[in-house]
Ligand binder design. Sequence first.
Ligand code: HEC
Ligand code: HEC
Ligand code: HEC
Length: 442
Amino acid sequence: MRQVAVCTGCAMKLRRGIFLAAIAPLILVFVGIGAVLFLLQGGFAPMQIPRAAAAPISATVDVVEHGKYLSRIGNCGICHTTRGGAEFAGGRAFDTPYGTVYSTNLTPDQRTGLGDWSLEEFRHVLRNGVSRHGFLYPVFPYENFSKLVDADIDALFAYLRSVPSMHAPAQANALEFPESRRGAILLWRMFNYRPQNFVANPAQSAVWNRGRYLVDALGHCAFCHSTRGALASLPASGYLAGGVIPVQGWYAPALDDTSLTRFSIDELAEFLRAGTSTHGAAYGPMAEVVLNGLQYLTAEDAVATATYLKLIRVAKNPPAEIHKIEHDLGASAGDGLALYEKHCADCHGKDGRGKENIYPPLRDAVSVLASDPMNAVRLVLYGGVVPTTALNPRPYSMPPFAQQLSSTEVVAILNYIRQQWGKQAATLTPADIVRMQGIVLD
Ligand code: HEC
Ligand code: HEC
Ligand code: HEC
């Protein structure tokens, strides 16, 4: 009996030994991969928050003004202010596929804002996306802001210190598990976040490099204009290739030499500052970005941004010929043509050329050319308001048609204009319109 028991023990030990020997290399491989991914997201450094006592900032008026400029172009105020709320007091809600994240108070309030932050801590947070509250959700575009140069971060801090202080405690985020745990962001970072400094490309001009800095670092254009990968990541392959903004239901088109062929550099620079151009007007989230940010671009910075964008080749280019081919539907246009002439042609013209600087053309328009019809549907249902800017102080707007036209009529008009001037197949159906009527309006 005893002998048998011993032998059973031996056999079990042996089996456990073989099992461990077999899985040990696997465990080692996983630990190794984990360690490499951990290092790639920045290692331990992002978690070491400098917590020096806040020192008074002695910045010149020029530096504070520069900080205000940067803050506008970086949209800090758009995201850190609620509609009608105190500027920079935070609390704007960001709906993501995983729940809602709220922005925080950036005013100099001691307890709820940045009042007791040192400059070192502020720099650290913009560079690393980790604050005293833990890992930050990437709805804060720190992937872009980490490329800001120190002088700009310092000017931003000096400016934020100069805005009126507001007591506004952070709202609790409403996220699902595991996204509700800030620790889960470490896992996301390990797969998706690769910190990069801004390195100028010596082969390109100073203007091009300035443009790239404005687009990639401060302007975080990729935040909306890139094709997102798994878990809302921003893979290099989708860089400025166009994409649907998660949850919001707006399509931000590709920004590259093909899509922007329609614009000369000067026209594109003007679009960014004026919010309108001979090739279309800004609407939806882009109208907000122009209204509160890009209209303040200096003429040089606008030209730099346009120069850089006009030289981008994205990996996933839409076919270039869509901009060239005239497609006359003739009699096959059906109801679409008649409805268009009745409801739309007064402003956009029978030929779709619009009225210069008043009503945008539809021939050549980004929402008509885009593979995704979402923006065109939204504009026809809910209308659009062109942003008011110094260069376009009295903009015209487009009325909503949701009450006037049935889903079938909207489909007929949009299929007509997208075939006629966008060379897109007539794929929209009334069911699509009903589905898009359910999208959240902000
Ligand atoms: C697209 C929206 C968006 C933009 C643009 C944006 N932020 Fe934020 N920011 C957020 C959100 C949302 C949070 C909260 C993230 C979280 O709780 O994880 C945040 C967090 C922060 C924090 C961390 C605060 C804390 O207490 O942990 C700082 C600092 C900050 N932002 C500064 C800025 C500055 C400076 C700019 C402009 C250069 C800016 N943000 C632009 C959305 C934005
Ligand atoms: C908050 C999201 C968001 C951000 C940030 C954003 N855009 Fe846009 N942008 C859009 C959307 C949505 C559209 C489509 C609507 C329109 O054409 O106005 C658009 C349209 C455009 C167009 C018109 C394209 C065309 O073919 O007509 C240009 C040019 C543009 N954006 C440039 C920029 C640049 C440059 C930046 C960064 C400095 C930027 N955008 C940042 C959302 C955004
Ligand atoms: C009263 C004049 C007016 C009428 C009528 C009108 N629009 Fe517009 N439309 C505008 C203006 C102004 C804009 C720019 C809106 C913005 O930037 O927010 C616009 C923008 C658009 C766009 C976006 C173009 C782009 O740059 O991508 C589309 C698509 C569009 N209209 C389609 C239509 C259709 C279809 C109808 C008829 C059902 C129509 N519009 C009726 C004035 C009008």
